[in-house]
Each structure stands twice: as structure tokens, then as C-alpha cells.
Design a protein around this ligand. Structure first.
Ligand SMILES: Nc1nc2c(ncn2[C@@H]2O[C@H](COP(=O)(O)OP(=O)(O)OP(=O)(O)O)[C@@H](O)[C@H]2O)c(=O)[nH]1
Ligand SMILES: [Mg+2]
Length: 271
């Protein structure tokens, strides 16, 4: 598809047009996550530019990382059906930060609200319980892992990322798409090596982009962003071919999160 067709597909996508209808879902959330500074917010600005055209604008601001005691999920509507969600990046992507992401992917933590958190099991538990006051089971969450090609991965990190990506899949039903950023300065061989690295870790789709930035908003490369969004929507269409039970999925996810959190906090004896 050319750029115009891709844009049209993205803009026209509606859940009710899926084979079995919307099955109780109202919107698709593209939930971004990854390390701080790897280009999540720039990716959102780039997607908005690619969809809406016009002039490049900053919607999602780069935030200074303050040690992550305050977490925020910020939503940006791309189309009537599609919303992209930013989060504050991880510094180490350790178990604590992974638990936070799992809860975001399960849509247990609120959007557009600041959340003060403490690093202990009872706090995590009470935040999960609080989520039940306003249970949100009408979003399909599609995970997108943003990673900078300028960085490197140790073998130990590859191992933990592998099981991390698998759990992201267990929660959402989708293997996270890996969006490789900062790719301009690298040759095809390097990008191919990155793709293989992530494929070994279980990724099914690794897509490279050079985000638009304030310094470089000019040379148009909308298709690379539209392709990623369209790929996410194709995956949603595919999974919506099967009968879905949003409420049951939420219960199953809560059990998964509780099990993971309990195992983690017991191991480190943080109650
Ligand atoms: N050259 C280049 N610069 C980029 C790219 N993506 C992001 N940047 C720049 O890198 C810096 C960090 O990008 P952000 O989008 O703020 O990173 P983030 O992942 O949102 O970081 P946190 O909000 O801290 O988690 C900004 O100055 C961006 O303009 C890219 O693909 N290429
Ligand atoms: Mg950001």
C-alpha cells in the first residue's frame, strides 16, 4: 500500500467492522513502553504528524526522569477508534518496572492521572483493587516496545527481555511489536542484526523508524509510522475474528499480575 492508502486504512478502521463486530470493545490502545530516552514521546509526535499531516507539532513532551516515584500514562487520540498511550520510561527495566508495565498493559492503572506509588506488595495490591472501582474492559491493548538502535544489550538483559516479552503477550494476547528508533546512522547489516536479536527474544515484528524531531521535521517519512500503526490494526482484526470475553480476560490478567507480584515481593521480602 502507498502512503495515502495506509493513512486511509488507519483512519477508517472501526472495531464494529470486524467480522464478529466489536464484541464489547470500544477502542484500541497502542501502549508504548521501554527505556527512558529511547523515543516513545517522539514516536507519538511522529505518528500524529504521519496521520494528520500539516505541520510537525510536539504533542507528547519529553519528560525529565525523576526517579520514577510518580507514574503517568498519557493518552493521545489518533483516530476515533485508536489512541496511543505514552508512559514514563524505565531506567533499568527491572522486575519492579516490569510489574508496572504488566499492570499498564492489563489496563489496571489509570490513564491521564498521576499515581503516587510505593514499592511494596500491599501498595501494588491496593492499586489493583482500586482499578476495580472503574474496571476498564472496553479497550484492546496492543503493546509496542520502543528501543533505540544506538544502545546495546547484555546477554543477561536479553534473557530477561525474552521472558518479559512473553508475559506481555500473555497479558494482551499480542507479541509486542518492537519499534527500533534512532536508526538513521546505521547500515542495513546493523539493523538486520538488531532484528535478529529481537526475533531470538521472541519478537515477531521489528520495525525501524527515524523519529521526527524538532531538529528534523522536514524530510517526510510518514509511511514508516503508518505501516506500524496499520500492522497493529491488522493484528487486532485478526484476533477479533475469534470470540472474545473481555471480562474473563480481565479476571485472568488480574490473577497473572497477582501471581507475578507475589512471587517478586516474596523473593525480595518487600511487603
Ligand atoms: N535522531 C533521533 N532522535 C530521536 C529519535 N527519537 C527520539 N529522539 C530524541 O531523543 C530524545 C528523547 O526522546 P523522547 O521521545 O523524549 O524519549 P522517551 O522514550 O519518551 O523518554 P522518557 O519520556 O524519558 O521515557 C528527544 O530529544 C528526541 O527528540 C530518533 O529516532 N532519532
Ligand atoms: Mg517520553
Amino acid at each position: 500500500m502507498d502512503e495515502k492508502q495506509l493513512r486511509e486504512c488507519v483512519k477508517k478502521f472501526r472495531l464494529k467492522d470486524c467480522k464478529q463486530g466489536d464484541q464489547g470493545y470500544k477502542r484500541v490502545l497502542l501502549q508504548l513502553f521501554g527505556y527512558t530516552g529511547h523515543g516513545k514521546s517522539a514516536f507519538i509526535n511522529s505518528c500524529m504528524f504521519a496521520i494528520n499531516g500539516g505541520k510537525y507539532e510536539i504533542h507528547a513532551k519529553a519528560e525529565a526522569n525523576d526517579g520514577c516515584v510518580t507514574m503517568e500514562r498519557t493518552a493521545y487520540q489518533l483516530t476515533p477508534t485508536l489512541t496511543i498511550v505514552d508512559n514514563k520510561g524505565c531506567t533499568k527495566l527491572d522486575h519492579m518496572e516490569m510489574l508496572e508495565i504488566f499492570a499498564q498493559l492489563g489496563n489496571f492503572f489509570p490513564i491521564n492521572e498521576k499515581v503516587e506509588r510505593k514499592e511494596n506488595f500491599s501498595d501494588y495490591l491496593s492499586r489493583l483493587e482500586e482499578a476495580e472501582l472503574h474496571p476498564n474492559d472496553t479497550d484492546i491493548v496492543v503493546p509496542i516496545f520502543v528501543y533505540s538502535a544506538q544502545k546495546g544489550l547484555l546477554d543477561q538483559e536479553k534473557l530477561s527481555l525474552k521472558s518479559f516479552l512473553q508475559t506481555c503477550k500473555d497479558i494482551t494476547g499480542f507479541v509486542p511489536t518492537v519499534v527500533l528508533t534512532f536508526t538513521r546512522e546505521f547500515d542495513v547489516e546493523t539493523i538486520t542484526r538488531w532484528k535478529q536479536t529481537f526475533e531470538i527474544m521472541g519478537a515477531e515484528s521489528v520495525m525501524e523508524v527515524e523519529n521526527y524531531t524538532e531538529k528534523d521535521p522536514i524530510q517526510e517519512r510518514h509511511s514508516s509510522f503508518l505501516n506500524i500503526i496499520n500492522y497493529a490494526l491488522e493484528n487486532v482484526k485478526f484476533c477479533m475474528d475469534r470470540p472474545k470475553e473481555p471480562k474473563l480476560e480481565r479476571i485472568k490478567n488480574k490473577e497473572t499480575l497477582l501471581k507475578l507480584a507475589k512471587a517478586y515481593y516474596t523473593k525480595y521480602r518487600i511487603n
